[in-house]
Design a protein around this ligand. Structure first.
Ligand code: HEC
Length: 149
């Protein structure tokens, strides 16, 4: 291929790349985990979503005792992960998980002691900013344990 043709081909290729919609690019930071670590983290995540569903149902019924019970599984992610897994997680990831857990404990305590539906709703909104904050920043990359950096 002549140099000119190659340049044209390159130009076409790069313009196609530029034409990609922003959703086609994944700029999140990849966290390398083994397949079983990934399974465990994603299992926890699906539990979080179940909890949010149950909390919202309980809130709709103004059942604050049930709100507190349903919210609890969202706390303590870091404690449930094995030490070895925790050691591989970026500091900011861990801080976000701990921050979410602390906020959750406040939500549970206030639901039990104050019984204020709109307070719990605003705490839930704040809680969900941790869900999206972390999801916007990180993704998991499954790598066999021995190849992991
Ligand atoms: C500290 C970081 C962090 C927090 C906080 C967090 N997540 Fe996640 N979550 C992740 C990562 C990383 C993934 C994997 C994303 C990927 O690989 O594309 C994930 C994936 C998920 C998934 C997909 C599960 C699957 O089986 O694929 C769900 C559902 C989810 N999170 C729910 C939640 C909810 C609900 C909250 C808040 C209550 C939450 N997460 C908070 C990091 C977090």
């Amino acid at each position: 291929m002549s140099r000119r043709l190659a340049a044209i081909a390159l130009l076409c290729f790069s313009t196609t790349a530029l034409a990609l919609p922003p959703t086609a690019l994944d700029n999140r930071i990849a966290i390398q985990v083994s397949p079983s670590e990934r399974n465990q983290i994603l299992f926890e995540m699906r539990e979080f979503l179940h909890s949010l569903f149950n909390v919202n149902n309980a809130l709709a019924n103004k059942d604050m005792k049930q709100v507190a019970i349903s919210a609890k599984p969202i706390a303590g992610l870091m404690e449930r992960l094995p030490t070895q897994t925790r050691a591989h997680l970026p500091e900011e990831f861990s801080q976000m998980a701990i921050g979410m857990s602390e906020l959750l404990n406040v939500l549970v305590r206030d639901a039990q002691t104050k019984g204020d539906v709109s307070l719990t709703q605003s705490q839930l909104a704040e809680l969900m900013s941790y869900c999206s904050g972390c999801h916007d920043s990180y993704r998991l990359e499954s790598v066999p344990a021995k190849l992991r950096r």
